[in-house]
Design a protein around this ligand. Structure first.
Ligand SMILES: C[S@@+](CC[C@H](N)C(=O)[O-])C[C@H]1O[C@@H](n2cnc3c(N)ncnc32)[C@H](O)[C@@H]1O
Length: 421
């Protein structure tokens, strides 16, 4: 398939997955700003962005997570737009698609450092946070950052995003060279407070006096060593099924996304430490991400079961269909899910069956992408319950019609979106 033209056949021949041959850490340093559950490798959206869109096009990820697709889109000269209901995802995506300039960032960090007096720190952390950070140095500094930074300011949003990325993680053999602020623990997600408490006691884990200013300064230098994308994008905290008022109808050229997995990930619960720093309630995040809580029409059920999931994906696709331009492409990475001891479910095929009924989208292909178990996040803590996704499938769909001939001016598109609110 030539660069820039839309997919037209269901043969699958054009989908040479070169993204799989790249190093696991391929991509701009901002992708590693903060790890995120079920994130996809940057080379995957990049492949589809290059194949299915042109410079100046609008590329959307309505489940943007850490912002992999919008960042890759901006780096490739497209307008990267993301939305997500998780405030952590909105923060990370926003920091990447609308960053401050580096001087501004360093000035703000210096200003904060000058203003810091341990004796002036107000508030107290809950015991489950106290057990993770050094009481004399790290914890009061974190409380200070927590009260001073506002995610509504562009510069503070970037600082917060970088800070949540180094909030917790494994230490090297010599803890003085550590790059994260907590006791030694996983970086990608947080185990439950009671598990961590027992783990600390059993292993006699020590809290080291890490200086937040120092580690953050080093982190900013690392993150900004390659410069930033020239094109800016946008982000909003919105439900993927309804992006009206944020994105105009027929304005999106390409959607590249990975919807939430069926019954697998609790984004709030598994991020309780980061959400504490962001002053967000874990319960509220998980409640907002439960389909039942956000759309009563789908029927109330205690769990995110297959029929509910299929209706959810179909209603997402129906909304994206309206946003796509004629000829626009929609790419959804959907993992198979297997219950304990049960056969795995090909969610992509199930989703397509429902989408076909509910929308006018056409199927281009469903491509299989087998994942090697050691790379999966759920294995890091020895998960053997068989709930990790073993096969991802890339569902590629297309809106009928032919694409417009010209490239737009990215700055003008962003202006128009801002004007729409
Ligand atoms: C598989 S993750 C996406 C990860 C992303 N591709 C990345 O690379 O970081 C799915 C995302 O969907 C979000 N989500 C779940 N339900 C949602 C909804 N109804 N509307 C918007 N976002 C939702 C979750 O917060 C999560 O960030």
């Amino acid at each position: 398939m030539s660069r820039g033209s839309a997919a037209t056949s269901g043969s699958g021949k054009w989908l040479a997955p070169w993204w799989k041959d790249l190093r696991p850490r391929w991509g701009h340093p901002w992708h590693s700003m903060c790890s995120y559950l079920a994130m996809f490798p940057p080379a995957l959206p990049r492949y589809f962005i290059e194949q299915c869109s042109r410079e100046g096009d609008l590329v959307l990820d309505p489940f943007s997570g850490r912002g992999t697709t919008p960042l890759e889109a901006c780096l490739a000269g497209r307008i990267g737009v993301g939305s997500d209901l998780n405030p952590l995802a909105v923060l990370l995506t926003g920091a990447k698609v609308h960053p401050p300039d580096m001087d501004c960032l360093m000035d703000r960090l210096e200003e904060l450092e000058r203003g810091y007096r341990r004796s002036n720190v107000h508030g107290k952390a809950p015991p489950e946070i106290e057990m993770l950070f050094h009481d004399g140095v790290t914890l009061p500094q974190l409380l200070y950052f927590r009260s001073e930074l506002s995610s509504r300011r562009v510069v503070d949003r970037y600082l917060l995003a970088a800070l949540v990325g180094i909030l917790h993680g494994n230490h090297p053999r010599d803890p003085r060279t550590a790059r994260t602020l907590s006791i030694s623990m996983p970086n990608t997600f947080s185990m439950s407070p009671s598990y961590i408490r027992k783990y600390i006691e059993k292993n006699g884990l020590e809290k080291f006096p890490f200086d937040v200013f120092e580690l953050l300064r080093r982190r900013l230098k690392y993150l900004n060593r390659q410069g930033m994308p020239e094109v800016r994008g946008r982000v909003a905290k919105r439900d993927a099924r309804d992006l009206s008022g944020f994105i105009a109808k027929q304005s999106v050229d390409l959607v590249v996304t990975s919807p939430p997995y069926l019954q697998v990930v609790r984004y709030g619960k598994f991020n309780w430490i980061r959400l504490w720093l962001l002053e967000q309630s874990v319960e509220a995040v998980d409640r907002s991400l439960r389909v039942e809580a956000t759309d009563k029409r789908l029927g109330l059920s205690d769990q995110f079961r297959l029929p509910t999931y299929k209706k959810f994906i179909a209603s997402c696709a129906a909304s994206w269909e309206q946003l796509l331009r004629p000829g626009g492409v929609c790419v959804a990475v959907i993992g198979d899910v297997g219950g304990r001891g049960k056969e795995s479910v090909n969610l992509a095929a199930e989703a397509w069956r429902e989408i076909k009924e509910e929308t006018g989208l056409q199927l281009v292909d469903i491509v299989e992408d087998v994942i090697h178990a050691p790379g999966k996040v759920t294995r890091i803590w020895g998960d053997r319950r068989g709930e990790a996704t073993k096969v991802d499938r890339v569902l590629v769909m297309r809106k009928p019609g032919s694409r417009r001939p010209r490239t737009r001016n990215p700055a003008k598109v962003i202006e128009d979106m801002a004007a729409q609110g």
